[in-house]
Design a protein. Structure first.
Length: 239
């Protein structure tokens, strides 16, 4: 009976990973309740991406983040990223949601976190990137038909400023320096922008530290313990 129950739990976990890219790291051995979230492939917005394309659906991720915020057993959230970017509005919505959580959050860039993946990487309380990880920052592009009038350009410029402002306010890079990297015409073939590898992303102040899964989990446990101490101190002072 116990074996059947365990197998059912594993089946549910596998289904959760396959459909949502999420997993609760609370197998009874972890000292803290941690929710694992993955942001992999293209960030899908209001339009469905190609059936052959790996995608993270924001309508799946937003409810999961809200659930983690309300769940008393979830003490921290680990976010793994490997994305080429995607829908700007969907990406910003996810990034704002992560940034507004009261639970400690840590992000880890694996592979790449390009384009709108930048705000997602820095939205956590603390960010890591593996040594071979990359980040590409570039100006906002338009997909589909683009009306060539000054209002359209201004709208794209405002969107670009929103992205740059978000990254600057959640990392150590200035908005001015970020815009310089976005508009660099010497690095990318047939494009404008900059590709930063692990150490470079840290030196520029976008990412906090170079590291892998063990460093990311260690930092998250530290942030959870710090939050516990703060709450206990506040309870003692008010009680």
């Amino acid at each position: 009976m116990e074996t059947d129950r365990t197998q059912n739990e594993r089946n549910e976990e596998n289904k959760e990973i396959k459909e949502m890219g999420t997993l609760k790291l609370d197998n009874g051995y972890s000292k803290h309740g941690i929710q694992l979230l993955t942001i992999i492939g293209e960030i899908e917005g209001h339009e469905t991406v190609s059936g052959n394309t790996k995608a993270t659906k924001y309508e799946h991720l937003l409810p999961r983040l809200a659930e983690a915020e309300e769940d008393e057993n979830t003490e921290g959230i680990l976010i793994l990223l490997n994305t080429l970017g995607g829908d700007v509005e969907a990406g910003l919505a996810i990034a704002e949601m992560i940034a507004s959580l009261s639970k400690p959050t840590v992000s880890l860039v694996l592979g790449g976190s390009h384009s709108i993946g930048g705000p997602l990487a820095v939205s956590a309380d603390y960010s890591f990137i593996v040594p071979t990880g990359t980040m590409i920052v570039h100006p906002v592009r338009s997909n589909g038909m683009f009306i060539g009038v000054i209002q359209s350009y201004r709208n794209m410029e405002k969107t670009q400023d929103r992205i740059a402002g978000f990254i600057a306010s959640h990392s150590r890079i200035t908005q001015e320096r970020l815009l310089e990297l976005m508009l660099d015409s010497t690095q990318l073939v047939k494009d404008v922008g900059t590709m930063l590898e692990g150490e470079e992303a840290v030196r520029e102040g976008i990412i906090d530290e170079v590291g892998g899964i063990s460093q990311a989990l260690r930092k998250l446990h530290e942030l959870i313990e710090e939050r516990r101490r703060t709450r206990q101190h506040d309870e003692c002072r008010n009680g």
